[in-house]
Design a protein around this ligand. Structure first.
Ligand SMILES: *[C@@H]1O[C@H](CO)[C@@H](O)[C@H](O)[C@H]1NC(C)=O
Ligand SMILES: *[C@@H]1O[C@H](CO)[C@@H](O)[C@H](O)[C@H]1NC(C)=O
Ligand SMILES: *[C@@H]1O[C@H](CO)[C@@H](O)[C@H](O)[C@H]1NC(C)=O
Ligand SMILES: *[C@@H]1O[C@H](CO)[C@@H](O)[C@H](O)[C@H]1NC(C)=O
Length: 456
């Protein structure tokens, strides 16, 4: 019984008020008698629905204020080749319709009502950067308050153009713009505003974003310059959406394997140059790296030249260079042990300078030992030079066997040759060490660069 009272009183109030104030009919107050028994009477809103094609203002010199905001609910795709950002937005629009108003006390305590949006005038707000046709579902509804404030939200899949810079891939940040403006209404007819702060938009978007995908929302900024097209000035609000790529996938799939291959390549310098194992090992690594590059090609952005491509190219050339270095050292060793040419004096003094203080070539001491003509003491891995070194005096020995004995000159010549061999072997090892250190230096600097970029 009690529940029946307020509506009836509402109807009575409604009737009395409408009877007492006949003038309120001019201010478009909606007559909601009977809402408690029959639901909303379409006839009560018919006058509003009939005005749908026209901007709802009483005085046409007064612009309509539309408050715009949005919630970014997903970042679906970033296409670097087409320079497109595909995202999902909930666009929120709010404006006043002066032809709608009712007294909630008269109308069964009704404060707000949903009305099918197709029956209402809607502002033609669109996103300038959007490159897709609007796929908004057509049967949306809007909230209408008793004061005539209309709240209209629509979900939008926005494929917007965005200038993407993939130089720092996979540590890149992008700054995409959503410009909300009216398609037709100039500043005389429509003004845009905001009822929220941008940090509120950022916070709700962060809470709402479902995708834990590749992109992370960093922040949203806004600016609202007016746009002049011809003679017409349009109001607009620009939102700058900053997003950052989550690089973990790329670190695990691109940088780590590449780093391992480069590290193994660096370690392969410790394989003795004389053993002949080094170059096959490096060729295998080079092949492996090529296969890696082929497989990882589709993870890289398909356009532009990101720094990481340069890095991969550098790694590849580093491997090629180290292979060339191995070939060069092998050749040098071969030359040194078979027919050593006389060493230029500047090279000799450089060698002495480098090996005697034993400072600039840290590995020189133990390699110097090898070169000091003690073939018996060499490691088992160093068979080849042993043979070569022993073979080279071979013809001399044959001569000796054929002749009466070693003359002093022959002995001296032999000793000189031996000395030259030692010098050249020493030089080869020095070169090897030097190039190895250059290699390490480059490797360290590129790794530091990558880490530095990651941290910015
Ligand atoms: C409100 O509507 C009722 C019935 O629809 C009608 O009897 C009444 O006269 C209306 N009041 C006004 C002020 O138009
Ligand atoms: C309409 O609005 C303009 C500007 O606000 C004002 O100058 C004008 O008097 C208004 N007209 C009426 C009929 O209220
Ligand atoms: C728009 O936002 C401003 C500032 O928050 C507020 O004063 C105004 O009433 C709002 N207008 C509409 C139509 O929502
Ligand atoms: C995005 O770019 C605009 C200008 O193009 C700039 O005003 C804004 O600060 C940038 N935002 C970020 C987060 O870099």
């Amino acid at each position: 019984m009690e529940g029946g009272w307020p509506p009836r009183r509402g109807v009575l109030l409604c009737l009395t008020v409408s009877l007492l104030l006949p003038g309120r009919g001019d201010t478009f107050t909606i007559n909601c008698s009977g809402f408690d028994q029959h639901g909303v009477d379409p006839a009560a809103f018919q006058a509003v629905f009939d005005k749908k094609p026209f901007r709802p203002v009483i005085n046409y010199s007064v612009p309509t204020h539309v408050n715009v905001s949005f919630t970014l609910s997903a970042i679906l795709e970033v296409d670097a080749q087409l320079q497109l950002l595909t995202s999902f937005l909930w666009m929120n629009l709010m404006w006043d319709n002066p032809f709608i108003s009712w007294n909630p006390e008269e109308c069964v305590g009704l404060n707000k009502l949903t009305i099918a949006a197709e029956n209402l005038w809607l502002p033609d707000i669109f996103i300038v950067e959007s490159m897709d046709e609007d796929e908004t579902p057509s049967d949306l509804t809007a909230y209408v308050s008793s004061k005539g404030r209309i709240k209209y939200d629509k979900p939008m899949r926005v494929t917007s153009i965005c200038s993407l810079d993939i130089f720092y891939f996979p540590f890149d940040q992008q700054n995409c713009t959503f410009t909300f403006t009216s398609f037709l209404y100039t500043v005389d007819s429509m003004l845009l505003g905001m009822d929220k702060e941008v940090w509120e938009i950022t916070d709700t978007s962060r809470d709402v974003i479902f995708t834990q995908g590749e992109w992370e929302l960093l922040g949203i900024n806004k600016a609202s310059p007016k746009m002049l097209v011809g003679d017409n000035l349009y109001d607009q609000i620009m939102f700058y959406v900053a997003i950052r790529r989550r690089p973990r996938l790329y670190i695990i799939n691109l940088l780590v394997p590449s780093g391992f291959l480069i590290a193994i390549n660096a370690l392969s310098f410790y394989l003795p140059a004389e053993s002949g194992n080094r170059s096959p090992f490096k060729i295998t690594l080079l092949l492996g790296y090529n296969v890696f590059l082929l497989m990882m090609n589709d993870l890289l952005p398909s356009s532009g030249t990101p720094l990481i491509s340069v890095y991969f190219a550098l790694c590849l050339s580093l491997m090629v260079l180290s292979l060339l270095e191995t070939v060069f050292i092998t050749y040098l060793l071969h030359l040194a042990t078979t027919q050593p040419p006389p060493m230029p004096s500047w090279l000799h003094s450089l060698l002495l300078h480098c090996t005697c203080p034993r400072k600039c070539c840290p590995t020189a001491p133990h390699k110097g030992n090898e070169g000091l003509g003690l073939p018996q003491a060499q490691l088992p891995g160093l068979k080849e030079p042993v043979e070569l070194v022993e073979k080279s005096p071979g013809p001399g020995e044959a001569e000796v066997a054929g002749g009466s004995g070693w003359t002093r000159a022959q002995r001296e010549q032999e000793a000189q040759k031996q000395h030259r061999v030692e010098l050249w072997v020493q030089f080869s090892h020095m070169m090897d060490t030097l190039l190895f250190h250059l290699y390490l230096l480059f490797m360290a600097s590129s790794i530091l660069t990558v880490i530095g970029l990651w941290n910015t």
